[in-house]
Design a binder for this molecule. Structure first.
Ligand SMILES: [Fe+2]
Ligand SMILES: [Fe+2]
Length: 135
């Protein structure tokens, strides 16, 4: 069973964003599966790298929309992104140093940040951007 099941509650109602969030959910599930099935550290690190890169690109996509349409809460949202990226980088560093004992901690953290960020911070911009015609 996947760690995170996509459901409509996670939808922000903007197609391009939902697709990216689904991809993030898939990557976190993939990492969880790989951890559960005892995949080699190199495999885990590879998936984690992919997740980190995708996350940075996704945050960049949102931030470009904020700039383009003048989203008033942009700064606070960007700060949250920056904190999340820092946390992902810290975990990535631990993993690269061979500290895979943190695996459960990592998965709980990833699941919670993704869900909390989507449900609160991302949903807060949804109506604003939809009103601007973003699909
Ligand atoms: Fe965001
Ligand atoms: Fe997002």
């Amino acid at each position: 069973m996947p760690l995170i099941q996509w459901n409509n509650e996670l939808s922000v109602g903007i197609n391009s964003i939902d697709e990216q969030h689904k991809k993030l959910v898939n990557l976190i599930n993939e990492l969880n599966d790989a951890l559960q099935s005892g995949k080699a550290n190199q495999v885990l690190a590879g998936i984690f790298d992919g997740l980190a890169v995708y996350t940075i690109n996704h945050f960049g996509y949102e931030e470009e929309l904020f700039a383009q349409y003048g989203y008033p809460e942009s700064q606070a949202h960007k700060n949250e992104h920056r904190v999340l990226i820092q946390q992902v980088n810290d975990l990535q560093e631990k993993m690269n140093q061979g500290d895979f004992m943190i695996s459960v901690e990592v998965m709980v953290f990833l699941k919670n940040w993704l869900i909390n960020h989507i449900l609160k911070t991302d949903k807060a911009y949804a109506q604003f951007l939809k009103d601007k015609g973003v699909l």
